[in-house]
Design a protein around this ligand. Structure first.
Ligand code: ADP
Ligand code: F6P
Length: 458
């Protein structure tokens, strides 16, 4: 069996099994895949993860230039580990506890067992003394288990979502086990410095780690803690936006929408993304009868996600109700107020929508980073466009020239959308040139270089 210099391990593989599409695979949704796919393509290595199916793991395969090794989840794991502990305990709790987290001993036991399975898979496939890079909240126990199995390795961990403040984290009955799991890594990385501080404080208070926020010691082992804001392959998005067919498609989209000003939202269909409040803000604007707004159209593209989790089904229902209500009141024959597409778009199609949009609404209630904001900025090769961005997205730390909003303040968001529709062209260009520079300078390759060299030095 081939052993790799670099193993990336994440719950998701870049591809998931599907009944349709090329050879039964389709791209997995979400920011983790968007970021890690170009990194692994450039560096080479193995990606270990779940292929979204239930059953026994398949053999390692080469697919479309990537080496992937599926880890199997049986229906019980999917229910208890993925839908349960990952998506109904950790996900809501780490996102500001915006939905109540459920604590269930059976889910926890499944989380432990699945983390053990992932750690064993990584231990089998990595070369002596080399690197395993563990990703996201599904696998917080892997660093410690892996260190026990393979003390020769360098182990990095990166959390793609926020790490909550101590008082929220403290609610988890298994909080110390989770901290011990993470403290098995040599480098623990977060999206923002605030997340890193939250982790270090929790580790000192609940896991007997010692040290300062940027460097902890636990059981004689040193752990570097830092922020590494994740990014996108900006060059790839720029290249897509330059393609003649993408530009033609963007023109076609605009024509198809009656050359109205396009206000766009693109998200996984997740309650953290603030889609309902965003739609309500647009509804308020339509009610106000504002002239600029009546010449606009809102488009919301939402890719289905975690549909078996009840909170996601409820969120979908609420969104569809609001869209129905707005269209009932404000659409006319040939002029629909809100277009809602519940689907996964191809990258070219997505780039065309970004190019066509005058205003991009990225208004999560809480988000680790948000790569959609960075993709929109990169696609603005003509220098126009306005990004409206939630203060509570990690991306707001870097994208200061966006129009920042509090997504809980619906009236405030409505005012900002109106302002976005009226930003003069020169100001649009000025803001966008700075935003584009930030994303180009801090792209995903820089992110992975910075993380992996911190790991190399640890
Ligand atoms: P998250 O990781 O929570 O899903 P991000 O904004 O960081 O949020 O990343 C989402 C990724 O998924 C982006 O790369 C975006 O292009 C992609 N995406 C989101 N919605 C869609 C969609 N409807 N069709 C295709 N890709 C989508
Ligand atoms: O970036 C957050 C994230 O949870 C990733 O870890 C995940 O791959 C993505 O969103 C999509 O969610 P899921 O893997 O549950 O479909």
């Amino acid at each position: 069996m081939r052993r790799h210099e670099l193993v990336i391990i994440a719950n998701r593989l870049p591809l998931k099994r599907s009944g349709r599409g090329a050879g039964g695979w389709e791209r997995s949704p979400g920011g983790l895949v968007t970021a890690l796919d170009p990194v692994l393509r450039k560096r080479g290595g193995l990606w270990i993860g779940w292929d979204g199916s239930s059953g026994r793991p398949a053999r390692a395969v080469e697919h479309d230039g990537l080496s992937i090794k599926p880890v199997g989840l049986v229906p019980r794991d999917i229910e208890n580990f993925y839908h349960g502990f990952c998506n109904r305990t950790i996900w809501p709790l780490y996102h500001d506890a915006i939905k109540p987290a459920e604590f269930n001993q059976r889910w926890w036991e499944s989380y432990e067992a699945v983390n053990e399975r992932f750690a064993r898979a990584a231990a089998r496939h990595v070369a002596k003394g080399r690197t395993v890079w563990v990703h996201d909240f599904h696998l917080q126990l892997v660093p410690q288990i892996l260190r026990g199995l393979r003390p020769d390795l360098r182990i990095g961990f990166f959390l793609h979502i926020p790490f909550p403040p101590e008082e929220i984290f403290a609610r988890i009955p298994w909080r110390t086990n989770i901290l011990h799991g993470l403290l098995g890594a040599d480098v623990v990385g977060f999206q923002t410095w605030k997340d890193a501080q939250n982790f270090s404080r929790a580790s000192r208070r609940m896991a007997d780690a010692e040290g300062v926020d940027s460097q902890l010691t636990f059981q004689g082992h040193k752990i570097r803690v830092n922020s590494f804001p994740i990014s996108i392959d900006a060059e790839e998005m720029e290249k897509l936006a330059q393609l003649a067919e993408v530009q033609n498609r963007a023109r076609e989209i605009r024509r198809g929408l009656g050359n109205r000003r396009i206000i766009l939202g693109v998200d996984r269909l997740d309650y953290t993304k603030g889609i309902e409040a965003r739609l309500s803000a647009y509804e308020q604007l339509l009610e106000s009868g504002d002239a600029t707004v009546s010449k606009s159209v809102m488009v919301q593209v939402a890719v289905p996600s975690r549909e078996s989790v009840p909170e996601y089904a409820q969120t979908r229902q609420r969104i569809e109700q609001i869209v129905g209500r707005i269209n009932g009141e404000f659409s006319h024959p040939g002029s629909i107020a809100v277009h809602y597409f519940r689907r996964n778009l191809e990258r070219e199609e997505l780039a065309a929508w970004y190019l066509a949009a005058d205003v991009m609404l990225v208004t999560p209630l809480c988000d680790g980073m948000n790569l959609v904001a960075k993709e929109y900025v990169s696609a603005q090769i003509n220098g126009g466009g306005v990004l409206v961005l939630s203060e509570f997205a990690g991306a707001a730390q870097e994208l200061r020239q966006a129009l920042l909003v509090n997504p809980y303040d619906v009236a405030g968001m409505a005012r900002t959308i109106r302002r976005a529709l009226n930003v003069p062209r020169a100001e649009q260009r000025f803001r966008m040139s700075i935003l584009r520079m930030v994303v180009r300078r801090h792209d995903v390759q820089e992110w992975s270089d910075t993380f992996l060299s911190a790991l190399e030095r640890s």
